[in-house]
Ligand binder design. Structure first.
Ligand code: NDP
Ligand code: TDO
Ligand code: MG
Length: 300
């Protein structure tokens, strides 16, 4: 990125990805990052979107805020579709009007999980639940409004911030010796801080170049795959090593852990396209898990 300082706006202020971007962007001198959330920007109020975004005069927008409660979305589908489906279209319309690129964050839950290998960007989407459906609509409304976009599908995001599986496991382990965790859903645990580095690279690439091959949908998840039980077991292995809470993981099938939303059995993402086009490859999940657990327990 050359010339003057650029300004990035990310939607949401307290989200894992927004907070990770804020942390990572601090060390980038030619980039200012502003996080825009409620009440100024409320994705459930489409009329608040253009006003608040335009007033920031951004050079690039990262659309990270979303309705992320997968189970709650099943009974609250109107809100989920508005926030995850229609609001991204409005953000994309603004980006098109301002003639700036948009990086929109989507999810592995757009897939039904029936494939035996990792999903590529060209694979057919067929969400299993309302959250996935609403996020898929968001991909479509983004595409409808601007070609100058990157849709980044990520997965199983964890970080030291907010609500996520890693923090839930550490909390549960404070009060239990054994925790039941499903072992027949596999995916790619993704560290939000590493994802933030990837988003920053992608955004800078889009600002610097009009090349069409940099645009479109890309998968962006941590390297290596795991079941939720594998992930939990490694969280506890690491936490125990650093003197933190740990529990024994009892591996169970999904049928023994009923939830309102069905989740994909396999949602592994093939991320080769992102590496080829943008030079972004996210680190191995175990390496990042260890880094986050260490940060929570040792470096605080
Ligand atoms: N978490 C995960 O495991 C995964 C997430 N994703 C996608 O990645 C993106 C980032 O996720 P993550 O950072 O984990 O999300 P979080 O759940 O940590 O944060 C969601 C953010 O969205 C904001 N938000 C929710 N509703 C509204 C609204 N009506 N108006 C404005 N802001 C709103 C929240 O605001 P507030 O702080 O005020 O509540 C919060 O800042 C999302 O698009 C998500 O769909 C994809 C795959 C996996
Ligand atoms: C807390 C807990 C969960 N589980 C199971 C339930 C579920 O199948 C799986 C993960 O549970 P969670 O509710 O933490 O995760 P979930 O809400 O499904 O996470 C998803 O969030 C959205 C936003 C995404 O986009 C996805 O990529 C994915 O990260 O683990 C257990 O087996 N034991 C437990 O004690
Ligand atoms: Mg966020």
């Amino acid at each position: 990125m050359s010339g003057t300082k650029k300004k990035m706006v990310v939607t949401g202020t307290e989200g894992q990805v927004a907070r990770s971007l804020l942390e990572r962007a601090r060390s980038i001198e030619d980039l200012d990052l502003v996080a825009l959330g409620r009440p100024r920007l409320d994705l459930a109020d489409l009329s608040s979107i253009a006003k608040s975004l335009i007033s920031e005069k951004p050079d690039v927008i990262v659309s990270a805020a979303a309705y992320t409660s997968v189970d709650k979305a099943e009974e609250d589908s109107e809100a989920a579709f508005k926030v995850n489906g229609h609001a991204p279209g409005e953000i994309a319309r603004v980006a098109a009007d301002l003639n700036i690129p948009l990086v929109h964050i989507s999810t592995d839950y757009v897939f039904d999980g029936g494939k035996n290998e990792a999903y590529t960007e060209g694979d057919i989407t067929a969400p299993a639940g309302v959250y996935g459906h609403s996020k898929l609509l968001g991909e479509q409304t983004v595409r409808e409004h601007t070609t100058n976009h990157v849709i980044l599908r990520t997965a199983w995001v964890y970080s030291p911030f907010g609500k996520n599986f890693l923090l839930t496991m550490l909390r549960l382990a404070e009060g239990r010796d054994v925790i039941n965790v499903v072992d027949d859903q596999i995916g790619n645990p993704t560290c939000a801080l590493a994802l933030a580095d990837g988003i920053l690279t992608v955004a800078r690439n889009l600002i610097s170049s009009d090349a069409p091959e940099l645009r479109g949908v890309f998968h962006a998840a941590g390297s290596g795959s795991a079941s939720w039980a594998d992930f939990a077991a490694y969280i506890f292995e690491t936490s125990r090593r650093y003197g933190g809470p740990f529990a024994e993981v009892q591996r169970i099938p999904t049928s023994a852990y009923p939830t309102p939303a069905r989740r994909p059995a396999n949602s592994r993402l093939d991320c080769a396209k992102l590496e080829a086009a943008h030079g972004v490859l996210l680190p191995f999940w175990k390496q990042c898990t260890e880094m986050i657990v260490r940060r929570l327990l040792v470096d605080r």
